[in-house]
Design a protein around this ligand. Sequence first.
Ligand code: NAD
Length: 342
Amino acid sequence: MKLAGPHRKSQTRGSSRRPATLVLFKLDLGGALTRTPSPYAPCLGVSNGTNKGIVRKPSQTGRELRSGEPRAYRAIEPGRLNMARLQDKVAFITGAGSGIARAAARLFAQEGARVVIAELKTELGQMSEQAVRDIGGEAVFIETDVTKEESVKNSIRQTINRFGKLDILYNCAGGSIVQDAPVTEVDMSVWQHTISLDLLGTFNGCRHGIPELIKAGGGAIVNMSSVAALRGFPAHVYVAAKGGIISLTRALAGQYAKNGIRANAICPGLVKTDRVLQRFGDPDDPNSGTPQAQAMKRQFQRYPFSVGEPEDIARIALFLASDEARMITGAIVPADGGLSAY
Ligand SMILES: NC(=O)c1ccc[n+]([C@@H]2O[C@H](COP(=O)([O-])OP(=O)(O)OC[C@H]3O[C@@H](n4cnc5c(N)ncnc54)[C@H](O)[C@@H]3O)[C@@H](O)[C@H]2O)c1
């Protein structure tokens, strides 16, 4: 950005003081701005010297890309605002056979993405694939065990074979199990299970997804953490795994920004997926659930926005995955109704 000018105006602030000088600069953004009549230019305090205002050329984006720069650095073209939010994108979603990831698969497809349902359980994966096709979307189920590096590597390879590229990596497979407990009590088998599924699963997705995001000229990673990583909960293995995902997400953001990749994490409160409803009962039903679940429900009554539907989280993932969030990376987004705030 070159600064041209200055244009000077003089003001007198009182007889005993020297006149102050107000310096106005004319902005020259390397030709990225063009002059057309606009009533808003005076409000912006920016003059182009013609008093006619300044707006962007539709084909330019604030600054031109230097050769070799990731495509993801481009601002959204004004024309794209009328398009589906994930038009032409390919999204790889783990655990998309049920819950939040299944809702995301449908939503992403509705918004124009071609979706890979990377799911461990064949029946669930096929049901999600069909559900996306039923709404006219494009999806493929690829059997994937996120805890196994070879499986994830193979699924990413199949994604490229099928769709030719990868733009969005949504690492969603995970969840806590009922046997989780405080550190002095928990069985070490819970450590093995939960760290493998939540933390290693996310790590594997990044390890094999990121090279393809780079080849695509940049992209977006959305990781699933939890409110359990933002405040104390007695499921200590899950807490540790989800905390690790937050740290990993920030490190990814710093490491791969140069490749045009954004990485963000979502921390939901309680989301009424089938798994959660089975385990705790319906938090909206005061008569259902175990004593532990009842206590949890009382807590959630203090935080009325902290219980949501899978689609609530899927919409946040959609935003973070889309170019609308192109200034957001390294962010940890609580969707917990204030549980981590007050
Ligand atoms: N539901 C909540 O209240 C809640 C709250 C905070 C965070 N989260 C997080 O959101 C994510 C999704 O939660 P959910 O409630 O939708 O889960 P869910 O149990 O409804 O769905 C998880 C899916 O992952 C699949 N899966 C399990 N192991 C797998 C593996 N090894 N490889 C691939 N797929 C596998 C399951 O078959 C299932 O389809 C999880 O990471 C969870 O920790 C959920």
